[in-house]
Ligand binder design. Structure first.
Ligand SMILES: Nc1ncnc2c1ncn2[C@@H]1O[C@H](COP(=O)(O)OP(=O)(O)OP(=O)(O)O)[C@@H](O)[C@H]1O
Length: 262
C-alpha cells in the first residue's frame, strides 16, 4: 500500500491575544492511496486545520506530516492535491469553463490542454453542456460540482474536501454523495472529506476519523466494513446503522472528555 498522508504526533497551536489555541494535539494517522477518509467531530475540533496543514496552508508546530513522501510545502509545489471548499468559491464574472481553466492558466497549460481537461472534468461531474453558463445561472449543487471539477482539473491524486455539501438540502446532498462515490471509483483518487454528518461520513468512507475538541485530537478511527459499491438504501441496513452508532458513541465520548453536556 502506498502512503499518501502520514501524520505523526502532529500538533498545531495558534497563538492568539487571549493565549494559545491548541487546534491539533498528538494526531497520528496514515492515509493510503485510494482511501476515502472522513473527518467528523464537533465545531472547533481541528478538522479544517488538519486539512489546511496537509495543503500547506497552516504550519504544524510539532510532530511530522508528509504528503506523498514529501513535506506539505514540496507537495503543494508539486500540485499534489485539489481543494474543494465549503462554499463553491467560483468567480461570478467567469463562466464555468473559465473558472475551471483559471488554475490551469496559472500553471501555464496550453489552451488545447485546458480545453481537453475542462471537457473531461465537466463530464466526470455530469456538467457537460453548462460550460458557457455563469455560476449564478446554476443551482447550489451544480456550483459545488463545478468546484469539484476545478479541483480535479489538474489531475492530482489527492482531493481535500472541506464540508463541500454542508450548505445543500438533503436530496441534493444524497445525489452528490452517490455521484462522488462513483467518481472516486472511476478515478481511484485518495479523498479526505470533512463533514458534520454521521450518515454522510458512513456512506462515503472507507475510514472514519472521529475527532474531539480542546485540544483537537483523534479519538477513534473506524474502518468501514461496507462494500465499495453502495446504493443509497445501504443506509437502512443493520451494518450501516452499526457503524453509525459507533461513530455517534465516539463523538459522545469526545464530548464527555471535555466536561460538556452531550
Ligand atoms: N487562524 C487561526 N487563528 C486562531 N485560531 C484559529 C485559527 N484557525 C482556527 N483556529 C481555532 O482552531 C480550532 C480548530 O478550528 P478548525 O476550523 O480546524 O475546526 P473545525 O473542526 O474545522 O470546525 P468547524 O466544524 O466549525 O469548521 C478552533 O478553536 C478555531 O477557533
Amino acid at each position: 500500500m502506498t502512503t499518501v498522508v502520514s501524520a505523526q504526533n502532529l500538533g498545531l497551536t495558534f497563538p492568539t491575544g487571549d493565549g494559545d489555541i491548541v487546534a491539533l494535539s498528538d494526531v497520528n494517522l496514515t492515509i493510503n492511496k485510494g482511501d476515502f477518509v472522513s473527518f467528523i467531530g464537533p465545531s472547533g475540533c481541528g478538522k479544517t486545520t488538519f486539512l489546511r496543514a496537509i495543503a500547506d496552508l497552516e504550519k504544524p508546530t510539532s510532530g511530522t506530516l508528509s504528503v506523498n513522501g514529501m513535506t506539505p510545502e514540496q507537495a503543494r509545489q508539486a500540485r499534489a492535491y485539489g481543494y474543494v471548499f465549503q462554499a463553491a468559491a467560483l468567480y461570478p464574472w467567469r463562466t464555468i469553463e473559465k473558472n475551471i481553466a483559471l488554475p490551469l492558466e496559472i500553471m501555464g497549460h496550453s489552451p488545447a490542454e485546458q480545453s481537453e481537461r475542462i471537457a473531461r472534468t465537466m463530464e466526470l461531474v455530469n456538467l457537460s453542456g453548462f460550460e458557457k453558463k455563469y455560476p449564478w445561472q446554476l443551482s447550489g449543487g451544480m456550483q459545488q460540482r463545478a468546484s469539484i471539477a476545478r479541483a480535479l482539473a489538474f489531475d492530482a491524486d489527492l482531493l481535500l474536501m472541506d464540508e463541500p455539501f454542508g450548505a445543500l438540502d438533503e436530496i441534493v446532498r444524497d445525489h452528490l454523495n452517490s455521484e462522488l462515490l462513483k467518481l472516486w471509483e472511476r478515478t481511484q483518487k485518495t479523498i479526505c472529506f470533512v463533514t458534520h454528518s454521521i450518515p454522510e461520513a458512513v456512506y462515503l468512507s472507507t475510514r472514519i476519523v472521529v475527532m474531539s475538541p480542546r485540544p483537537g485530537r483523534v479519538t477513534d478511527i473506524i474502518e468501514s466494513t461496507l462494500p465499495r459499491d453502495r446504493p443509497l438504501d445501504i443506509r437502512e441496513t443493520p451494518e450501516f446503522l452499526a457503524i453509525a452508532a459507533r461513530v455517534r458513541e465516539g463523538l459522545r465520548a469526545g464530548h464527555s472528555y471535555d466536561g460538556g453536556a452531550v
